[in-house]
Design a protein around this ligand. Structure first.
Ligand code: ZN
Ligand code: ZN
Length: 371
């Protein structure tokens, strides 16, 4: 999951611009990626080897960040693994896929790394038709989740206790408990737990965290269960809520992804409705057959399929129904379709202007995903 929406670049996605991640990469040939995004997408799509999509995270002190990053990059590239991995002095947050033929090698190697010994994986619920990733990026970050919190101002290790899927179900049925969705509005829109409290306007995790103590202020003495996609956001969020005076805060271990696996294995009732939004090419995993959201374009038909606007300057994330996607040809609006017809150089200039002015001033006008 990418929880770093604010670092989004407008570099037209899918264009034939070479991807140069940063200057550092340019200096070090090991990090140089010479293929264009479009080429990488084509290569990934033509690779028919079955892959396992996984995510994992760990808060662990990384002593030498460059060495750790390079070690991961060398090994994972050699195993043709793709994905997006953030490393920071405080740990690692990884979403990736591994060709099944290399799974054993991958698992043995990863578990033998001192920083990652025993780290649990969350296996994707549903691989989908598209490859989940089409390139491998490993980025150094100040934090593994962009939460906007000052970690020095509270005890980050004072996290809440974990909840299993079965305990989560008990919380949902318990009138004295509050279940709170720690994710952004566009994630909760397509899927959430029955009766969960969600924030309607938080487009980033930062926003969400800021608002949570206020949204839950009348429930300080109640039992609180929080959840997110794979569990990482709840680690700091539970400590943050405890710091804000909430006495009994627990969080769903392994997030929605692991909930689904536990429900299936233990034959429990599934109390999650709809889709689990994921931050890769699949954009969602179906957890239940319910479609709880409506098309953003016609505002009539039920749909929970996300699309990115085909106009690369816009690239807005929206929910579309089959009719609207067909009629509007994959664009979020009429003007996006018109803009896309302009000559390439004009579009490049527009993208630059949009990047420097419009997006800076109105970062949250549209819901967007960082890639
Ligand atoms: Zn529609
Ligand atoms: Zn658009």
């Amino acid at each position: 999951m990418n929880e770093d929406e604010n670092t989004l670049k407008i570099a037209p996605k899918g264009s034939n611009e070479p991807v140069v991640e940063n200057e550092e990469k340019a200096k070090n040939p090991r990090k140089r990626i010479v293929r264009s995004r479009a080429e990488m997408r084509a290569v990934a799509s033509s690779d028919s080897r079955p892959r396992q999509t996984i995510s994992f995270y760990r808060y662990v002190k990384i002593v030498d960040l460059d060495e750790f990053r390079n070690r991961l990059l060398d090994k994972l590239s050699s195993l043709d693994s793709l994905g997006r991995i953030y490393v920071a002095k405080e740990g690692i947050n990884a979403q990736m896929n591994v060709p099944l033929v290399y799974w054993d090698k991958f698992d043995t190697w990863l578990q033998s790394q001192p920083e990652l010994k025993g780290v649990p994986y969350k296996l994707a619920v549903d691989e989908g038709e598209m490859p989940s990733f089409y390139k491998l990026t490993i980025k150094k970050k100040p934090k593994v989740v962009a939460d906007g919190l000052d970690d020095e101002s509270f005890d980050v290790t004072d996290t809440g206790k974990y909840l299993t899927a079965s305990e989560m179900n008990d919380y949902i049925d318990d009138e004295d408990a509050v279940v709170f969705d720690m994710r952004n509005n566009y994630e909760a829109e397509v899927g959430r737990f029955e009766g969960a409290v969600t924030s309607d306007d938080s487009v980033t995790f930062r926003d969400e965290l800021k608002k949570t103590p206020e949204l839950l202020k009348d429930h300080k003495d109640k039992k609180i269960a929080i959840y997110c996609t794979g569990g990482i956001r709840c680690e700091k969020a539970s400590a943050w809520l405890k710091h804000n005076g909430f006495k009994d805060v627990r969080h769903l271990k392994g997030g929605i992804i692991d909930y689904k696996h536990q429900v299936e294995k233990q034959n429990l009732p599934n109390k999650f409705r709809g889709k689990n939004f994921v931050f890769d090419e699949r954009l969602g995993e179906r957890i239940s057959e319910d479609v709880i959201s409506t098309c953003h374009l016609c505002k009539e038909n039920k749909s929970d399929t996300h699309y990115h606007c085909k106009n690369q300057i816009c690239h807005a994330l929206f929910i579309g129904c089959d009719d609207c996607i067909k009629n509007k040809k994959g664009y979020c609006a009429w003007y996006c379709r018109q803009v896309d017809k302009l000559p390439k150089n004009t579009k490049k200039k527009m993208a630059r202007l949009y990047n420097s002015y419009v997006r800076k001033r109105q970062p949250f006008v549209k819901t967007r995903l960082a890639k």
